[in-house]
Structure formats: structure tokens, C-alpha cells
Design a protein around this ligand. Structure first.
Ligand code: ADP
Length: 262
């Protein structure tokens, strides 16, 4: 068996949270980004490791696109996305020549990169390291879990939407966690209801409560529902801090409450 990555550069990290989803487009990167911002507002130091090799979108969401990572004495130095240096980010996106370039490497090369990401980034002292993973379950997920396993506490946060709940994607994700012995911190239902841009009232366009019911059924904690808010979509497109700029959105208390539970 291959040796697990040496977790030396993770020694100063208090909690590692893997953010998983059964399929793409459910808001996994959005939840990772907004939780990082919510944690920062709660006075925490946060790192984000973006290993979504198919679509590394976090640099864009945090307006860090095009920034360069460089090699320091104790490994790759992550990019600080804010002046206070409360959020540091390492993304495969920083290694691509063009932001929209796709990673077309074969499995072993991808897995080697993931292992290097885990072992070679100089994170320093962090309260939380959020790891944004590709959708589904694949060899890359195994590589991440294997590389992070020596470091604890390690847990998974599973993101779903009300519709995705019904098609069993989440069940597969939870089965993966059980099989690889990964503790599930809990389930988040995203895009749960639509926030009216005029009156801020939240309407349940799709069924609601499916995530909570599934969590109960699966015996995992339910962390909360985040509504679909056009202001949130816009703030991500503009690289703005939603938590700071839109405290009246119903998505704000939802994200803050989830951040307290991880
Ligand atoms: P994934 O990482 O699961 O592929 P993303 O986080 O990239 O999904 O989200 C897909 C799109 O949905 C993005 O354009 C994002 O801005 C938008 N989005 C996700 N969650 C919300 C939300 N709660 N409110 C508004 N827009 C959202």
C-alpha cells in the first residue's frame, strides 16, 4: 500500500472539512466560499483547498483569479484573499495557464497533484481548512481522504439541493463516507426556496424538508437550508463578500448558523 502523505504542513490546522456533493451545480463551491466568509466574520482563520480539478471556481468567487502561488521555505505559499489575511486559498486554478483551461490529466497525475496539495502547502495556523472536492465520488476523492486521513479531526459536509435529494446522489455520497470511514459532520440543503429580489420573501419553489428527512433517515446531522438568493449569485460573480454586504438576506443567518456547527 502507498504511504499516506506526511501531514506536517497541516499540524497547525484545527479542523478539516471536506465539502462533498453528489453532482455538480448544487452549490458546493458556493457553500465552501460562503462558509469561509462566515467563519472569517466570526473571527476565525480559514484556508480553502480547491481540488475541484474539473472546475476550480473558488478563485473567481473570491476574486483571486490570476494570482500566483509561489514556493516558500516550507512549501507552496497559499494566496491570501483579504487584507487581514484571514482567508488563504490554494487552488488547482492557480496552476492553469488560462483560467478556463480544463485539467485533462490522467488519474495517477491528478492523484499525485492532490497528494502534493495536501502535503506541500504551508497553511500555518488555521481554525478551519475547507476542502472543495470534485462532484461525485472518484479516485480523486480517495486520494484526498487517504492524504488527509492522518490528520484529525477530519469530517465531511455534504451539500445537496431539494431535487438532488430525490435521485439518490446524496445517499451514494453518504455510502462513500461510511465505506472510507469518514465522519459526516452533516448535510446542507442548498437552493432551498427562492428569495424574492423585491421583497426578500422566501418562496419554496421546490419541495422543502427533503434534506432534513434524508439526514434523519441516514442518521447524520442536518446543518441547515440555504435559500437561492439572486444577490448571492451576483455577489459571487462580482467577487464580493456576501456575508458583509447582505446581512438582511435570509441566506445570511442560514450560512452563519451552519458555520457555527462545523
Ligand atoms: P458546484 O460547486 O456544486 O458545481 P456552484 O457553487 O458553482 O456549484 O454553484 C452553481 C451556481 O449556482 C453558481 O453560479 C452559484 O453562484 C449559484 N448558486 C449556488 N448556490 C446559490 C444560492 N444559495 N443562491 C444563489 N445562487 C447560488
Amino acid at each position: 500500500m502507498e504511504a499516506a502523505a506526511e501531514p506536517g504542513n497541516l499540524a497547525g490546522v484545527r479542523h478539516i472539512v471536506l465539502v462533498l456533493s453528489g453532482k455538480g451545480g448544487v452549490g458546493k463551491s458556493t457553500i465552501s466560499t460562503e462558509l469561509a466568509l462566515a467563519l472569517r466574520h466570526a473571527g476565525k482563520k480559514v484556508g480553502i483547498l480547491d481540488v475541484d480539478l474539473c472546475g476550480p471556481s473558488i478563485p473567481r468567487m473570491l476574486r483571486a483569479q490570476g494570482r500566483a502561488v509561489h514556493q516558500g521555505d516550507s512549501g507552496w505559499v497559499p494566496v491570501f484573499v483579504d487584507r487581514e489575511q484571514s482567508i488563504s486559498l490554494m487552488s488547482v486554478g492557480f496552476l492553469l495557464e488560462q483560467p478556463d483551461e480544463a485539467v485533462v490529466w490522467r488519474g495517477p497525475k491528478k492523484n499525485a497533484l492532490i497528494k502534493q496539495f495536501v502535503s506541500d502547502v504551508a497553511w500555518g495556523q488555521l481554525d478551519y481548512l475547507l476542502v472543495d472536492t470534485p462532484p461525485g465520488t472518484s479516485d480523486e476523492h480517495m486520494a484526498v481522504v487517504d492524504a488527509l486521513r492522518p490528520h484529525s479531526p477530519l469530517g465531511a459536509l455534504v451539500v445537496t439541493t431539494p431535487q438532488a435529494v430525490s435521485v439518490g446522489d446524496v445517499r451514494r455520497e453518504l455510502t462513500f463516507c461510511r465505506k472510507v470511514g469518514l465522519r459526516v459532520i452533516g448535510l446542507v440543503e442548498n437552493m432551498s426556496g427562492f428569495v424574492c429580489p423585491h421583497c426578500s420573501e422566501c418562496t419554496n419553489v421546490f419541495s422543502k424538508g427533503g434534506g432534513e428527512e434524508l439526514a434523519r433517515h441516514a442518521g447524520v446531522p442536518f446543518l441547515g437550508s440555504v435559500p437561492l438568493d439572486p444577490e448571492l449569485t451576483r455577489s459571487l460573480e462580482d467577487g464580493r463578500d456576501f456575508i458583509q454586504d447582505f446581512p438582511d438576506s435570509p441566506a445570511f443567518p442560514a450560512l452563519s448558523s451552519i458555520a457555527q456547527k462545523i
